[in-house]
Design a protein around this ligand. Structure first.
Ligand code: SF4
Length: 408
């Protein structure tokens, strides 16, 4: 093999890592690599991505693959064995050196490390463990580490990785098991779920371990996964159904949604066009409704059903359930207030706090929610009743255009 420079390796392996959304801070960044630009691209600042730490801080991570060689042939992946891309491989020592040197120069606050599978799952996992173990034990590296786990690797290696990483993730990639069989023939949904289950057990055991003053850390920032949207025929309801199971059964901190994006040398098994990026955003909004707003998946989308693209899922639910509105902001409990379009979690908590001191008027809501236009048709306040507005047939058209954000 022709030797390539460290800089070239970094360029290739940072570019190859950008398809993994599971440390992304947003679902709306373009990941089409064909123009060589974008977060984690091979352009300036290559390999640096932004993610949210468990305490909510936005942090910069060096996001790279150990190698983009891979013996698997997942149709949706640019690194699959049959893909005609330039390949590179870091040694564990090179990743350690790069991480330390970027960290010491304050370019990054941590590392996101993944890898294609070389030789075997155990061999690759062993190399990844070597990186994180060396960083922590030899160099006392205190930065954040997000490490991808290889589900087929031995449980001992996976458990060892979790001792050194803050967050671990195993990508389940496809919402339906039969899609996984068709598009990722070497992967096995049962093996993936079993590995996630073991990680969950390890996390819970470490938290419950009161036998020592300082029990060993085990992925203290939890585990996450990624689902690719639009690479198979799964509807949004199917995708959310998978997420609901993953949150419930494996205690995942996050499910990331990654709109299938064009890859060079794409497999013929993939659709010709990519899904609208807005679809990914709607899934993130629906995911938030399940995690923070008390909605069940069944309330948001049934299996086989798509989310509306022209309105956020909370507004879509409210418009379809107008009989549940208006909600009296001076009497309703938190759960009901969280159903009001335009009221986010923070606004609701502030409203509840203010309500202890006084009766709420429309001005109070405006101050706390920022805007009244979306809220007004759905609430009663001391000085406001929406009258027929709540049920007006043209209400959707009267509402202000959406600002793309994760609620209210
Ligand atoms: S295992 Fe599949 S998804 Fe992962 S790098 Fe290899 S081909 Fe890509």
């Amino acid at each position: 093999m022709v030797a390539i420079s460290l800089k070239r390796k970094l360029s290739i392996l940072a570019d190859a890592a950008k398809y993994d959304a599971s440390c992304a801070s947003s679902g709306t960044t373009s990941r089409d690599s064909r123009d060589g630009t974008g977060v984690g691209s091979s352009g300036p600042g290559m390999g640096i991505c932004h993610a949210y730490a468990p305490d909510g801080r936005c942090i910069s991570l060096l996001k790279i693959l150990l190698t983009n060689f891979c013996v698997y042939d997942c149709a949706y992946c640019v690194n699959r064995v049959s893909s005609n891309v330039e390949r590179a491989r870091f040694s564990p020592a090179e990743v350690v050196d790069l991480t330390l040197s970027f960290y010491k120069r304050n370019y990054i606050e941590g590392l996101f490390l993944s890898s294609g599978i070389i030789q075997s799952a155990d061999y690759t996992m062993g190399q990844l463990v070597q990186v994180v173990k060396t960083l922590r034990q030899v160099h006392d590296f205190r930065g954040y580490i997000h490490l991808k786990l290889i589900p087929e690797a031995s449980p001992e290696l996976v458990a060892e990785a979790a001792l050194y990483a803050d967050r671990v993730s195993i990508n389940i990639e496809l919402p339906k098991d039969d899609s996984l069989i068709r598009l990722a023939p070497e992967k096995d949904a049962v093996v993936i779920k079993k590995a996630m289950g073991k990680v969950r057990t390890g996390i819970v055991a470490a938290k419950d371990d009161k036998s020592r003053a300082r029990p060993p850390k085990f992925a203290p920032a939890g585990q996450s996964t990624q689902l690719i949207v639009g690479a198979d025929e799964a509807a949004d309801g199917d995708i959310l159904s998978r997420s609901e199971t993953l949150y419930g059964a494996y205690g995942l901190r996050r499910v990331y949604y990654s709109a299938f994006s064009p890859i060079p040398d794409a497999s013929a098994k993939l659709p010709l066009s990519k899904p609208p990026l807005l679809r990914e955003h709607r899934l993130y909004q629906a995911d938030w409704l399940m995690r923070f707003y008390g909605f069940t998946r069944a309330e948001i989308a049934a299996p086989g059903e798509m989310l509306a693209l022209d309105k956020d899922p909370k507004l879509a639910w409210a418009l379809a359930h107008r009989g549940d509105f208006p909600i009296d902001i001076n009497r309703a409990d938190r759960e009901r207030l969280l159903r009001v379009p335009g009221l986010g979690v923070r606004s609701v908590d502030r409203l509840l706090a203010l309500r202890r001191l006084k009766r709420l008027r429309l001005d109070d809501v405006k101050r706390l929610a920022g805007s009244l236009k979306k809220v007004q048709p759905f609430i009663l306040a001391d000085d406001w009743t929406p009258g027929a507005l709540t049920d007006a047939p043209d209400l959707p058209a009267r509402l202000p255009p959406e600002q793309l954000s994760l609620f209210g």
